[in-house]
Design a protein around this ligand. Structure first.
Ligand SMILES: [Zn+2]
Length: 169
């Protein structure tokens, strides 16, 4: 009998936590990762997101070379953050150097006219060395917890969970 009560209690706590998480994700501003002129986004996904995570240099093309694109993103009036530099797979899992980070920040600033204040590494992977580099550049790091409490879409729908699942949970 006692054992049964404990199981019911654990189940109740678990369901409550899931419910709280669901509510948090519904009321938190939506985000979208992998924003770059060369990555197609399903229509509506950018519009319904409040935070856009920008890749500064993709396929060796800097976003700052595409003035029209920079202006179109600026005109949406969203919060912008830097998402990797080149967005290679697990890009920040191996040691970066200051020059690369500064290059990414410079491209971002040339495109939008201001510096990014936040940074989200591709695949949310970053080693301790790179964490220090990011901190030295006054960028606030956003990792798994941020991803958990916000609905985060992906351009090209390449996230761990599909954009339509994110709509649902
Ligand atoms: Zn990404």
């Amino acid at each position: 009998m006692k054992k049964k009560k404990i199981i019911i209690l654990i189940l109740f706590v678990f369901i409550s936590l899931i419910f709280i998480l669901l509510i948090t994700r519904i009321i938190s501003p939506k985000e979208i990762d992998d924003i770059n002129p060369e990555i197609p986004c399903a229509s509506g996904d950018i519009e319904k997101s409040e935070v856009l995570w920008i890749i500064p240099k993709y396929n060796n093309h800097s976003i700052s070379e595409n003035r029209e694109w920079c202006d179109s993103i600026l005109s949406l009036n969203k919060t912008l953050g830097m998402h990797g530099i080149y967005h290679n797979f697990n890009e920040f899992d191996s040691d970066k150097n200051q020059e690369e980070i500064k290059e990414g920040m410079k491209i971002f600033e040339e495109c939008f006219g201001y510096k990014s204040e936040t940074f989200k590494p591709p695949q949310l992977k970053i080693n301790e060395y790179n964490k220090e580099l990011i901190k030295e550049n006054n960028l606030r790091l956003k990792l798994n917890f941020n991803q958990l409490i916000h609905k985060v879409y992906h351009c090209n729908d390449t996230g761990l969970f599909s954009n339509r699942f994110i709509d649902f949970f």
